[in-house]
Design a protein around this ligand. Structure first.
Ligand code: NAI
Ligand code: 15L
Length: 266
């Protein structure tokens, strides 16, 4: 193991469950956290610490003693602003403030393609494209990236913000033929994000080597991320689905259906 104690937030979630298994070799102790219930620690290589990211004191205690943080926790789909505010916006502030107080040097932040969701699928973007968030959730990830940049500039804490496309066992629709990130490639990207020296604040798109990619990772070449998988193996299955109407947001925008959510309440 190259780290003494690694914190994984969002460990009860879809990607958290995957990374809980796959990050274990990288740290003497993997500290796993979530607000939802977590499977018990199998042995002394894990610590289970439930925590609400909206609770500043609890996050401070969660981060104490850790060398690095993989931050997956929070609301992961479009939701009313008030929910996003607690889990994602206050949550990431609490994570960085605790990192500063406890001398944590490296954060890997699960950002999202929804920070650029209002770009058309015909456009190719690199990490320098102006952000066009597609909802409150995307706005919270955009804020998280700004927070990462600020904590690098002001406090020298390094972050890789991974703009994850669609990380599931398989792509579920035509849009995900472009955005799919396999679990194997996600794991490689998180490993490189944790251990590449001198990343400052790097933004990288998290997608496999898919045929019709919308994203250019040349600004993150120093990570040495070389995806091994491609959505092509699922093409026949996906193309057997009924066609998507040309005016469906899933056929127009990089963020797909997220661009058409809300309003919430009145
Ligand atoms: P998920 O929704 O399955 O997992 C998120 C976890 O965060 C959940 O277990 C949830 O209980 C926890 N959480 C929510 N509010 C919390 C709070 N206040 N305090 C503590 N924990 C809280 O989402 P998934 O798919 O595993 O995604 C993980 C991360 O990656 C999320 O940050 C998501 O936004 C991001 N991401 C995921 C993508 C994907 O394709 N799976 C795509 C883009 C970004
Ligand atoms: C995300 O940010 C979500 O967390 C995930 O559930 C998917 O919807 C993904 O984006 C996507 O765009 O496919």
């Amino acid at each position: 193991p190259r780290l003494n104690r690694l914190l994984l937030t969002g460990a009860a979630g879809g990607l958290g469950k995957v990374l809980r298994e796959r990050l274990r070799p990288f740290a003497r102790v993997l500290r796993v956290s979530d607000i939802a219930s977590l499977a018990p620690a199998p042995d002394a290589s894990e610590e289970v610490m439930p925590c609400d990211l909206a609770d500043k004191k609890a996050v401070d205690a969660l981060v104490a003693g850790c060398d690095a943080i993989v931050h997956l926790g929070g609301v992961s789909v479009e939701r009313p602003f008030e929910e996003v505010l607690e889990a994602n916006i206050k949550g990431i502030f609490h994570v960085y403030e605790a990192a500063r107080r406890h001398g944590v040097q490296r954060v890997v932040f699960a950002s999202s393609n929804h920070v650029i969701g209002f770009y058309r699928q015909s456009q190719t973007l690199d990490a320098h494209a102006a952000r066009r968030p597609d909802g409150y959730y995307g706005l919270s990830k955009s804020f998280g990236e700004d927070m990462a940049q600020f904590y690098w500039d002001r406090w020298g804490i390094e972050t890789v913000s991974i703009r994850i496309g669609s990380s599931f066992p398989e792509p579920a629709n035509r849009r995900m033929m472009s955005t799919w990130l396999s679990y194997r490639d996600l794991t490689q990207l998180v490993e490189k994000s944790l251990f590449t020296p001198g990343v400052k604040h790097t933004i990288v798109y998290g997608a496999s080597a898919n045929r019709d990619l919308w994203w250019d990772n040349s600004a993150a070449a120093h990570l040495g991320f070389v995806p091994q998988d491609s959505s092509e193996v699922f093409r026949a299955k996906i193309e057997a689905q009924p066609p998507v109407a040309p005016d469906d947001p899933n056929a127009i925008y990089q963020g797909g259906a997220f661009t058409a959510q809300g309003p919430f309440g009145d």
